[in-house]
Structures are given as C-alpha cells and as structure tokens.
Design a protein around this ligand. Structure first.
Ligand SMILES: Cc1cc2nc3c(=O)[nH]c(=O)nc-3n(C[C@H](O)[C@H](O)[C@H](O)COP(=O)(O)OP(=O)(O)OC[C@H]3O[C@@H](n4cnc5c(N)ncnc54)[C@H](O)[C@@H]3O)c2cc1C
Length: 409
C-alpha cells in the first residue's frame, strides 16, 4: 500500500490501513510535516461546519478585497483553473447547498471527534489536547447580533451546542480578553491540540508499528497494467504496491492526469504566528470573528492564525497579513504578543468550491484512491477520513456514508 502525502490526512490513512493489517509506505515529496498540517491552528471544531460558500459571502469578499489588509485576499491574475473554481464556488453560495454541505461536513467532524478520544489514549499521542471548547468573540455588537442567526442554525439544524455569553459574563469567563468587547458565543463541543506535536507522536507510533516513511519522494505518475495501477513513478524510482492513496493536499491538481479528473482544488495560503505561552493565557480557543483570526492557547505556547490568500502556489510572506494577526491580538487580548514571536509560518489549505473534501476511488483505476480538499478543517476531519479510506479499500461497510465526498459530482 502506498500513501502519497504525509500530512495529517495521509498519516490518518496510513494509521487506519495499518490497523486493518495492511503494510504501508508513506511517501512525501518534501520533508514530512512541512505543509499545511504543521503550523495550523489545531482547532478540532464541529462548530465550524458551515462551508465558506454561503449566501452573501461574495459581497463580503469584494469589500474585503477593497480593504487590502483583510483576512481574505485574491491576487487578480489570468488563471483559468482559479476562475473556473470561483464560478463553481459562486454556484454553491445558496442556502440549500450550504445546508447540505454542512450536514456532510458534520458527519466527518462528529466521527473524527469521537475517534480522536480513542486514538489519543490508545496510541499515547501527546499533543496538548484540550477539550475545553471555543469562544467566538465579537468586538462589534452588530456582528454579534448577526451571528445569532448562525448560532440558531447550528443548534437547530445540526444539534451543535452553543451558549450566548454577555459582555459582562465574558470578562469573568475569559480573563485573557480585553474589557469592552461586545460578547461571545461559547461552543463546548470544540477542542484543540498542537498539530506539530500530534504529527510527531503519530509518526513515531506508526514507525514502531512497521510503517515506512520516505521523505523527498514525490509521486510523479503511475504505471498502469490491465486497468489497475501497479507502481508509482517517484523522484526516487518506481514503487510497486497493490493500492495507492493520494493524500496530497493543495498540490493534488498536479496529479489530475493520474486521477483522471480535473481536481477542483485551489491553494489558499494561511498564516500563523507562534509564541511562548503568555502569563495570562486564554483558557479556551478564541475565534476573533471581526478579524477572522484564531487564537489557540497551548501548554507549550500560543498561536495566532488566519487569512485566506488565493495567490497561487507561492510561499511569499505578505507583511500586511502578519500585521493583521498582530493587530487583532492587540485589540482583543490583555497580553497580545509574548516575545520571542517565531517567524511567520505559511501553509496552503486545499479549497474545494463546495467546502467538502473528495474521498474515494479515482476514475483511472479501481485501486487508486483520493483523500484531499479538506479546506479549513483537515485537522478536524482527519481520523474519519483515514478510517473511511481504510474501510473502502478493505470493502467494509463505511461508518460514514461516503456519497457526499465522491470525486465526480
Ligand atoms: C493558517 C491555517 C490554520 C488552520 N487551522 C485549522 C484548524 O484550526 N483546524 C483544522 O481542522 N484545520 C485547520 N487548517 C486546515 C488544515 O491545516 C488542513 O486542512 C490540513 O492540514 C490538510 O492536511 P493534508 O494532509 O490534506 O495536507 P498537507 O498537510 O498539505 O499535506 C499534503 C502532503 O502531500 C505532500 N505531497 C504533495 N504532492 C505530493 C506528491 N506528488 N508526492 C508525494 N507527496 C506529495 C506534501 O508535501 C504534503 O506534505 C488550517 C490551515 C491553515 C493554513
């Protein structure tokens, strides 16, 4: 079994395949853990189940573009796959589609949240797991009032527990926040972890169970025989296997020919800043909604993360986005930045037009599978994705219905 891509999704696939008795090679084109799964915010957040494609979001995005220093940015350019993607995205900004995507996302989020509990205990994955929930914090009262409809929808349509927190109660509940904020919504079902620690421990556990890691081994193509894939052509020669899984995140479109489908994934760059843990650390993960910034308190530090930058496959750090993280922290936190703040980290989210990942067999061969396109929720959906891939390959009845994540739809 060859899994290409050793981010959190590939790691989860390798894990569940190994538990079913498969012998697995995990190959990555770079050093493992260099991509999106490393420096992200680590929130495991069923509360975030609604896709980006929502009614009204295009108007908000255009306003953000005009501002220049907003968390959303699209570099204007001639890029046909991007424009095709945007058209499909626009088609998904309807309420019925949003509701449908939310249910499909929730199935993976719920199952993953449940699987994390078992995984962390059974495999001793020391990743600073904290299940104290998250707070969606509002600086402006009209934004807080507007969010009431979303909170209502999350509760009634999806059964997500949410509690309104008044400005007065917020000060007592979260002393790390500056006074004067408008209020918040508390989501007790959310959790957070430190992603780099999770992956380091998971990798160690997989190694001890016989899984082979091959770094600097990029999959360039496949060799097909009798309608099946029989080997992967890689930068380090051919690797034979019975089954192949592409868990290649934002870079998946480069494998479209092998997959047999123009994969509708666009890279959206995100930024994070990691720093030592402040003395007055937040008690729970904070979503600073007015700024689109997330603050993740960790035992070993604190991380600020944000930004959706559609600027193609580049790793340039735009200092305006870094400034946004810093100004959000200054506006909302009592102790905003603890020195030394690490160099800004950037990673590409793999964005699909409907917000849903693509998980399942590929048209070119029955033994080739794809698990990619996890948008802003790859950490939150990884265990259920890995379990689903393993169950499909092993021809078991899947725990989560795979229909919404099919490739061709
Ligand atoms: C700033 C930021 C904050 C985020 N916060 C959260 C959060 O709080 N909660 C959450 O759930 N999600 C969050 N995310 C999203 C999450 O990080 C991603 O959804 C997740 O990491 C995707 O994992 P992946 O394994 O699919 O991709 P990646 O981690 O990108 O891994 C893909 C791997 O495939 C390898 N690869 C690519 N092409 C090839 C090839 N041809 N051959 C071999 N290897 C290849 C790459 O080198 C890479 O290592 C955040 C993302 C960002 C950027």
């Amino acid at each position: 079994m060859l899994v290409a891509g050793a981010g959190v999704i590939g790691t989860a696939c390798a894990h569940f395949l190994e538990t079913l008795g498969y012998s697995v090679i995990l190959a990555d084109r770079g050093p493992v853990y260099a991509q999106a799964s490393y420096g992200n915010c680590g929130n495991i957040c069923p509360s975030h189940l609604l896709p980006l494609a929502q009614p009204g979001v295009i108007g908000q995005a255009l306003t953000a573009l005009a501002q220049g220093d907003a968390p959303f940015f699209l570099a204007p350019r001639i890029d046909l796959p991007l424009w095709r993607w945007l058209l499909r995205f626009g088609g998904n900004c309807r309420r019925n589609r949003m509701i449908h995507s939310g249910h499909a996302a929730l199935a993976l989020l719920r199952e993953s949240r449940h699987l994390y509990d078992g995984l962390l205990d059974e495999y001793a994955l020391e990743c600073e797991w904290d299940s104290s929930g998250s707070l969606y914090v509002f600086e402006r009262s009209h934004a807080l009032q507007r969010f009431a409809a979303t909170a209502e929808l999350l509760q009634t349509e999806y059964g997500i527990e949410a509690h309104f927190v008044t400005a007065g109660a917020l000060a007592a509940m979260e002393p790390a926040l500056r006074p004067g904020l408008a209020g918040a919504w508390y989501f007790p079902g959310d959790a957070h972890l430190r992603p780099d620690r999770l992956l380091a421990c998971w990798r160690q556990s997989l190694r001890s169970r016989g899984i082979r890691f091959m770094e600097h081994t990029g999959v360039q193509g496949l060799v097909f025989r009798d309608g099946r894939a029989c080997a992967a052509r890689t930068s380090r020669g051919e690797i034979e296997a019975d089954f192949f899984v592409f868990a290649t995140g934002a870079m998946t479109p480069f494998l479209s020919r092998e997959i047999g489908w123009q994969v509708p994934i666009q890279p959206a760059k995100g930024y994070s800043l990691t720093m030592p843990r402040p003395r007055c650390s937040p008690r729970v993960a904070l979503h600073l909604v007015d700024y689109g910034v997330v603050v993740t308190p960790m035992r070993s530090g604190c991380r600020l993360g944000s930004v959706l930058e559609f600027s193609g496959y580049n790793r340039r750090v735009d200092l305006r986005r870094v400034a946004l993280l810093r100004s959000a922290a200054r506006a909302c936190l009592v102790e905003p930045l603890t020195e030394p703040v690490e160099q800004p980290w950037v990673g590409w989210r793999s964005m699909t037009p409907d917000g849903l990942p693509r998980i399942g067999p590929c048209p070119t061969a029955p033994n080739l599978y794809l698990a990619a396109g996890h948008n802003m929720l790859g950490m939150s959906m990884a265990p259920a994705t890995g379990q689903l891939i393993a169950q499909m390959i092993d021809r078991q009845v899947p725990t989560v219905d795979p229909t919404p994540y099919r490739l061709l739809q």
